[in-house]
Design a binder for this molecule. Structure first.
Ligand SMILES: [Zn+2]
Length: 140
């Protein structure tokens, strides 16, 4: 079924359901369509209806995207909370600290912090495994 917004020659607007766009054309050709207000048989489709259906479809997609974004954000927040609770934060000293731990085999602790791309590359070349995770803000 398709819903069309229709308009007569006197600018009366109303809506009507058709099984297909062909049915609309057929009824119109046979002059079986008429305005519900003035009975005029000069009826045309108003451009409103298709616009509405496209918009609501896009709206659904945006809503779904928002929902999965929200879930994703919650998961990232969980990771962040876990790391903050269990690991030691060393901030910008990360690459220095991580080397200390790596070369001093006795120390076994997990730290987190920030590196520059350059530092990260150096650490990788030394065989130090790092994982990076997206870090999101808690507020907002
Ligand atoms: Zn009319």
């Amino acid at each position: 079924m398709i819903k069309y917004n229709l308009k007569c020659e006197n600018n009366h607007e109303f809506e009507s359901w058709f099984s297909s766009s062909d049915e609309f054309e057929n009824l119109k050709r046979k002059k079986l369509l008429e305005c519900i207000f003035c009975s005029s048989k000069v009826i045309k489709k108003s451009i409103m209806a298709p616009m509405i259906s496209v918009t609501s479809k896009a709206e659904n997609e945006i809503n779904n995207l928002n929902k999965s974004l929200k879930l994703e954000k919650e998961n990232l927040l969980k990771i962040r909370n876990f790391i903050e609770k269990n690991y030691e934060y060393v901030g910008k000293n990360f690459s220095k600290k991580v080397r200390e731990i790596y070369y001093d085999k006795k120390t076994k602790k997990t730290i987190y912090g920030t590196t520059t791309l350059e530092e990260r590359k150096e650490l990788e070349e030394e065989g130090i495994d790092l994982i990076s995770i997206p870090w999101i803000e808690k507020d907002n």
